[in-house]
Each structure stands twice: as structure tokens, then as C-alpha cells.
Design a protein. Structure first.
Length: 405
């Protein structure tokens, strides 16, 4: 059900801010528990399956299949308020919207996602989408990535991602492998210098997966820069500068193709709110890492990209977080103790070739937590590529967003 912004105070049993993966999944699961009085505050009329954008940028999927109308994913019995939050007063239990509405709540679920800070790198906002500069972090630019990869015959290709928590931390690597494998198939790789600037000190924080990624890097002859991130872009000179945080030095490179993951943070209004974690320089929402409850406001929950949790920000993490939020939220409503706990599970489908993928699954402690006991998903596998391209999207649209998986 869709509604226009309501002037004055409009109160709901559960208010979910954000109609993306986290918000829709929680709403669907709450409805399956018989909970009513739910509203989703979401301004966009389009819902995106973002994990597919890597394959869009690699020329392996059309961007259209990652998009559906927002109205089609709103669970039955949930009110959709097409407006955007600009402030929250957790003491008064009121959210203010851009159109001036004040929406009250008994329970609040923060599922806003994060924002892409294109202006955080000088020159990036002006250059992205043009002259060889692109990013799979936007449906507008992902098709451009494939255009630039397909048209590059020789030169230097640079792939970067920023320091700090970002959504799908493996995405900047995955497109480098897809591009290198394409150039190898076309006989061009020998004429293209491929550089991967890794913000972390290793290829991946879990050693078993880092070793496999190192093999992919070696196979394609990719040059790696560890503890390095994009400092600036000069689109007129076709030059970029990398900052090496290990040595404290800078490196200026000419580029023919640049794929950049922009810096990311909580939405500006969240950063300024009382819900932001004082320990997070990026303004993400404070939450107990196991119960997902705000430590200062026990009727507020946070999950997904906006939550300041010590794990990777992925859709797979949300799939494990949402049941915890719902179980604990329902327990709160009934006056029962919270018993559900999130162990930090997340996964990153790491595409390493145009027909191979490994599935990195791990928890808060960095333990490998495989979901497929009969096959070794820590190794590159062709069936895992098909799982990412076809299996995971089907599970997302028909299972996860319906509150079934």
C-alpha cells in the first residue's frame, strides 16, 4: 500500500527506514510472524539487486534484470510511505521527513543503507562515466564499465577501492579479474598493464581466500598495491594519484581505464543523529554486534550496510541478520528476553574469471563457515559462477524478499 506524506504526527507500531534489501526482508519476516502496524519509509520507486552489477560491468548480465518496481517488493499489509528521512529523535520516538512529515514509532528499524561519497576523491565525481572512468557501484555507470573494458586495446587499467567499510568489499577486485580474463581471451592482456590498489594489507582478511585470490592475481599478471587507495583523479591529463598508507608515499599514474569504488559512509542525516556510533568515523549506526539492538535506545534496531558491525557489508550478511532482528523484536513486543544472536556471518561471491567463482564465507572471528558441505567453495568453481548469475538472484527475489530464506 502506498501513501503520500502525512502532515502532523503519524504513528506506527514498527517503522522501518529504508526499502532496500534489509528493510524489505525484515518487513516480510515480521508479517510472517503476524505483526501488524508496519510502515516502510522509502523514497525510491525502484528496487535494485545490487550484487548483479559486477556482472553487468563485466558484460555478463544486462542491468535491467537487476531492477524491479519498489511497489512489487513491498510485503502485503505493510504501508509504504514514499518520503525520505532527514532526522530522528529517538527520545521522542519521531522521524522527520524531507516533506515535513513527523512519523512516530514504537519500534524503529534502521535499514537506510549507506551513501556513495563521490566527492570524497577530488576529480572522481566529475570524471566517472566518461573517458574510461567508471564504477560498478552505480547502475548508471556499471554498463559503462563494460563499454570501457570492451573497447580497451592497450594501455593501463587501474582498479581501486577506498579504506574503511564499504558494501561488498570484494567488488573492486572481481571486476579486475573479469576484465583481465576478457582481455586474455581477446589476446590483449599482454598489451594492457593491470594495477589493483588494495586498501587492506592483504588480498583478503581470511587467509584461505587470500591464497586463492593471489593465484588469480598471478595468473593475470596483475600488479598489486597494498594499503593503497585513490587520492585524486585528473580527467584532463588522464592521471590519478594513489596514496600508499604503508609507506606514506604517493604514486601518480597515467590511466586508460579506471574502475573506482567511491568512499562510502552513513547517510548525512544518520551521521548527525543520536543513533550514530561515536566510535565510527563514517557515522554508521551503533548496534550490539550480536542482538543488533542499539545500546542506548532499546527499541531501535540496526542491520545491513548502515549498522556499525565488525563484518563485511553484504546481502548475505543481511540474510542472517534479519531473522535475528525479527526474533528479538518480537520477543521485545511480548516482554520476553532476547535470545537470538548474530555471529557475524557474511559471504562474498568472488568471481575470479568469466566462468569461475569462489564463495568466501566467514564469521566475526574470521572462521570459514561454508554453507555447502559437500563441495569446496573456497576454490574456484564453474558451478559457483552459475550460482551467482542465476541461483542467487532467484533466491533473492523469490525467497529472501518474501521472508522465506
Amino acid at each position: 500500500m502506498t501513501s503520500a506524506p502525512t502532515p502532523g504526527n503519524d504513528r506506527h507500531h514498527v517503522l522501518i527506514i529504508g526499502g532496500g534489501t534489509a528493510g524489505i526482508t525484515v518487513a516480510a519476516r515480521l508479517r510472517r510472524q503476524g505483526i501488524g502496524g508496519i510502515a516502510i519509509l522509502e523514497p525510491s520507486d525502484t528496487h535494485w539487486y545490487q550484487p548483479l552489477w559486477t556482472l553487468v560491468g563485466g558484460g555478463q548480465a544486462p542491468v535491467e534484470v537487476s531492477r524491479r518496481p519498489e511497489a512489487s517488493v513491498i510485503p502485503r499489509g505493510v504501508r509504504w510511505i514514499r518520503d525520505a528521512a532527514v532526522a530522528v529523535d529517538p527520545d521522542a520516538q519521531v522521524v522527520t521527513t524531507v516533506n515535513g512529515a513527523e512519523i512516530g514509532y514504537e519500534y524503529l528499524v534502521m535499514a537506510t543503507g549507506l551513501q556513495l561519497d563521490w566527492a570524497g576523491v577530488p576529480g572522481l565525481a566529475e570524471s566517472v562515466g566518461h573517458d574510461g572512468v567508471s564504477s560498478n557501484y552505480s547502475p548508471e555507470y556499471a554498463p559503462k564499465t563494460w563499454e570501457f573494458i570492451r573497447n580497451l586495446k592497450s594501455g593501463t587499467a587501474v582498479f581501486t577501492y577506498p579504506a574503511g567499510p564499504i558494501k561488498c568489499g570484494g567488488a573492486p577486485q572481481k571486476i579486475a579479474y573479469l576484465a583481465a580474463d576478457y582481455w586474455r581471451q581477446q589476446g590483449r592482456l599482454k598489451d594492457i598493464r593491470v594495477i589493483l590498489a588494495v586498501a587492506e594489507p592483504t588480498m583478503f582478511k581470511v587467509p584461505v581466500f587470500a591464497r586463492e585470490l593471489e593465484k588469480a592475481v598471478a595468473r593475470y599478471g596483475i600488479e598489486t598495491r597494498f594499503r593503497s587507495e585513490l587520492l585524486s583523479v585528473d580527467p584532463e591529463r588522464h592521471e590519478l594519484t594513489l596514496a600508499d598508507h604503508g609507506s606514506g608515499t604517493k604514486e601518480t599514474l597515467s590511466y586508460d581505464l579506471l574502475h573506482a569504488a567511491p568512499p562510502q559512509s552513513a547517510p548525512d542525516w544518520v551521521k548527525k543523529s543520536p543513533l550514530a556510533d561515536p566510535a565510527s568515523p563514517f557515522g554508521y549506526v551503533e548496534a550490539d554486534k550480536h542482538t543488533l539492538v542499539h545500546p542506548r535506545y532499546p527499541n531501535v534496531y540496526a542491520l545491513g550496510d548502515v549498522a556499525n558491525l565488525p563484518t563485511s557489508k553484504t546481502g548475505a550478511a543481511i540474510r542472517k541478520q534479519a531473522p535475528v532482528v525479527v526474533k528479538n523484536l518480537v520477543a521485545d513486543m511480548k516482554g520476553h528476553p532476547r535470545t537470538a544472536a548474530y555471529d557475524g556471518y557474511t559471504s562474498c561471491p568472488l568471481v575470479t574469471a568469466r566462468d569461475k567463482m569462489l564463495l568466501a564465507e566467514f564469521d566475526y572471528d574470521g572462521n570459514h563457515t561454508p554453507s555447502f558441505p559437500l563441495i569446496d567453495t573456497a576454490k574456484e568453481r564453474k558451478d559457483m559462477w552459475y550460482f551467482k548469475r542465476y541461483g542467487l538472484p532467484a533466491m533473492y527475489w523469490h525467497g529472501m524478499l518474501k521472508g522465506r530464506v
